[in-house]
Ligand binder design. Structure first.
Ligand SMILES: *Cc1c(COP(=O)(O)O)cnc(C)c1O
Length: 391
């Protein structure tokens, strides 16, 4: 059986007519950059994510960049983030000549470990670097929120901003002491990505910055169009970070389905859990499953399963075996950022972040999407059983 890692066509077929009508109407309008379609999407996403303002931009990466620009990050500033994330999180920091400072992850959630963060902050406080440290970018990896109450408390006591990278976690909920909060709504800003493979994917690139701060929103709207205040008069040095109307139109068609699709992802995850429990592989410690740490806390979107990531013995051999069986899998991410060549100048070495390094060796993402069938899942788990029964 051939099982692709992601089947976007299956989703497209269910909404094809609506998408075509929407695209037609935008073609008729001939308004392609920003405009009413983007503004409508911004209002809808803001409401969906529980924030006052959402600013449509050209990608999740640009959403990170424009937030840091709006927060006036300067060369030499330092920002703490996780080494176990997609490149863009640290890339955005480095592109402003600021310095990514890495902090190891929690091995259960793969998100920033608040205890290690506390230790790192204590250590930095005693050095001259303390003054350069400006913020923290936690990432809600795989669709589950980082431990935001603890991260926000640390940020407050050290006077740091928090920008949440919620690129993989649109709609994910967090059981904050202050009530249920959505990913991207807790820091001074949050970013989401509409890259086609994300839970809410456009038909091209797109992203959004979320914020409750009107002033910051205004600043980002300016930076998104080169820093222009009114036509051809510039108050800041921005860039072209505009979101296309066509992408916004596609996203507006999809958004009403997102809750349902997230629910189906959780059903797929639950089915994997049952199948793995029955397989005996967990008992034998051949694989371990992702943990939804906020489950049973009264949340619906306790996890949005952007990815279903297991840890596996002999991970690379297992991946090759599954490939031969027609099952496509991915490794997010095979090399932590502190060991990437482009960040060698930061001076990190192997062993600095043992949990991120171990995760990079052990994780394997299995296919997960709303349209994945029980038969396909049975086949996937059977193949994994077969691999481990070969001894
Ligand atoms: C996808 C992603 C981004 C970047 O989003 P793009 O829209 O691809 O630019 C940033 N951070 C994380 C964690 C991501 O998964």
């Amino acid at each position: 059986m051939k099982i692709p890692f992601l089947d976007l066509k299956a989703q497209f077929l269910t909404i094809k007519d609506e998408i075509k009508n929407k695209i037609d109407s935008i073609l008729e309008s001939q308004r392609f950059a920003l405009g009413p379609e983007v503004e409508a999407l911004e209002r809808e996403i803001a409401s969906f994510c529980g924030v006052r303002r959402a600013i449509g931009v050209s990608s999740g990466t640009d959403a990170l960049l424009v937030s840091l620009m709006a927060l006036e990050i300067k060369p030499g500033d330092e920002i703490i983030t996780t080494p176990f994330t997609f490149f863009a999180t640290a890339g955005a920091i480095a592109r402003l000549q600021a310095r990514p400072v890495f902090c190891d992850i929690d091995p259960i959630t793969y998100n920033l470990d608040p205890e290690k963060l506390a230790l790192l902050l204590q250590k930095i406080r005693k050095t001259r670097r303390a003054i350069k440290l400006k913020g923290i970018i936690p990432v809600h990896l795989y669709g589950q929120c980082a431990d935001m109450d603890q991260i926000m408390a640390l940020a407050r006591s050290y006077h740091l901003f928090v920008v949440e990278d919620a690129a993989q976690a649109i709609g994910a909920e967090y059981p904050s002491k202050r009530g249920v909060r959505k990913a991207g709504s807790m820091g001074i800003a949050g970013i989401i990505s509409f890259y086609p493979t994300k839970n809410l994917g456009a038909y091209g690139d797109g992203g959004m910055v979320l914020t409750n701060q009107e002033k910051l929103a205004q600043k980002m709207m300016k930076l998104r169009v080169h820093g222009e205040r009114r036509r051809y008069f510039y108050e800041a040095i921005g860039g072209n970070f505009r979101l296309d109307a066509l992408q916004a139109g596609v996203l507006r068609v999809k958004l009403p389905y997102l809750e349902l699709w997230q629910e189906k992802r959780r059903e797929v995850a639950a089915r994997y859990e049952t199948l793995f429990e029955e397989s005996g592989l967990i008992e034998r410690k051949m694989v371990s499953l992702p943990q939804a740490v906020y489950k049973n806390r009264g949340l619906k979107n306790y996890h949005t399963y952007h990815q279903f990531v297991i840890r596996a013995r002999k991970r690379n051999e297992l991946q090759a075996f599954l490939q031969e069986k027609g099952v496509e899998t991915f490794i997010f991410y095979p090399r932590p950022l502190h060991l990437q060549k482009c960040f060698a100048y930061l001076g990190y070495k192997e062993g600095d972040f043992p949990e991120a390094e171990r995760a990079a060796r052990e994780v394997l993402a299995l296919p997960i999407y709303p349209e994945l069938t029980p038969e396909q899942q049975v086949y996937i788990v059977d193949c994994i059983k077969e691999f481990f029964s070969q001894g």
